[in-house]
Structures are given as C-alpha cells and as structure tokens.
Design a protein around this ligand. Sequence first.
Ligand code: PGA
Length: 272
Amino acid sequence: MYLVGAKAHSSYKNTRMSKKNIPLVVGNWKMNPQTLEEAYTPFSRVRKGVSPRAGAVEVALCPPALYLVPLTAVKAKGMSWGAQDAFWKSEGAYTGEISPAMLKAAGCKYVIVGHSERKRYLGETHEVIRQKLIAVLEEGLTPILCVGEEEEEHDRVGQILRQQLTHILKDIPKKRIKKLVVAYEPVWALSTSEEGKQSLPSDALSAILFIKKVLIDVLGEKYASHVRLLYGGSVEGSNAEGYLEHGGVEGLLVGGASLDAQEFIKIVKSLS
Ligand code: PGA
C-alpha cells in the first residue's frame, strides 16, 4: 500500500500553511434538477447563505450546462460558476459538444474534467481527459481534474493514481498550471456508489499526500506547489470540516449534498 508516515504528514501541513488560498467548495449538480425553475430554488438559497461568507470561502456551482446562461446572469457574491465537462476543441463540426470558449463566454470560471461517471458511462479515456484538460487550460479556465480509484483497485491505489496523473498531465502547458485543481474522488466512496462506503479524512490524507508526490514527480516542485487539492465523496455538513482539518485538502467537491441548499450551506459554514 502507499500509506505515508507522520513525517510526510507534518511536512505537508507546513506546505499548506504557506498557501493563502481560501477554501473552495464546488457543488456538482450532475444531471439535476429537471427544469430551470427547479434550479432557481437551491441556487437562491445557496446565494443567500454564501453571501455573508464571501472572502472566507469560495463557492462554485456546476449546474447542467443548459442552465448556465440564465443562472450566471444573476449576481451572486462569493460565488463562481463551473461546467461539468467541456470538449477539447473551441469550435467546429462536433455535434452535441460544448467548447471551453463557449463556457467562458457563458460566465464559467471552472470546468470539471474527467469525472468518474463520464469514464463509467461514456467511456472517457485518460487520453480524452488529457486533451480536455489542455483545452480548458488554454482557454484560461480552471479545470477541476478528478482522479480516484474504483473499489477493486483500492489495494493498489497508489499505482492507479500515478497511472492516471502521469497520463493525463503529460505535456500540459506549464505556464497555465497555476490554475490547476485536482480532486481526489475515490469512486467507491461517492454517495451514489453501490458500495456505500465512506473514505475517512485519514484515508483521504494518505491519497492526497501520494497525489502531491506524483505531482512533484510529473510537474516538478515549483509547479506542483500551485496545484489546489480537493476531496470529493459523500461530503456533507457533518463531515466537511474533517476533510479540511485532517484530509490535507483545501476544498471539497460535493455531489448529492449540493442539491440540498440547507446541507450545502452547512458545509460552507463549517469551512468559513
Ligand atoms: P457525492 O458526489 O458528493 O454525491 O458523493 C461527488 C461527486 O461525484 O463529485
């Protein structure tokens, strides 16, 4: 296994303390809700709850792409917008796709890239994810790259994370690295997974430290230190703070709980 000792833990803590990023909480609405009208309700509630915490925590919502234009038109203090995916070209004959340029024009700052559900249901490969990541970075948007292992891969999680990161980060434009966010999402710990298990902050920390090491190997220390790390997988109001306190991350990627405005605000409050 890849578990790391207390020495690595304390040196990671020191690295974290030297950074000045405020926590980032990203809400991934996935393919919900079914109408724009229904989307306004959680959005308005979240907007109200986040506004007094602007400056202490950054909240980014990633609704279905169809809702982005009307939602981003509403002013929301302390909030940014993100998309759940993007194509790797900026325009052309690519039926059904949405380019990073379009997302930027629609008011997005972030784009989730390589979510495990896209790998599982749409067969996205590491090479496709790599091309999407480059396109998003080239457009000046901030990619939230998802990495993580399936349940059956858990006993070789280090190897899996290294394979994913090494392939996906190959030849990415270094000058844009400052914008990179990497989210560790163990697939078996997602709230929708059949396994229904939870990755504790201490488990997450081991993986996060390993990811940091691989980032240094792949990008070099100078660039790796700019990468923001998030945790995702069954995050809710009651456990959110633990991941920041003991999981070695600077933010959270929240799926199911992000559609429940009250629960999502609880998460935001616990970090601010
Ligand atoms: P979850 O999803 O919070 O519902 O586990 C996280 C994600 O899929 O990004």
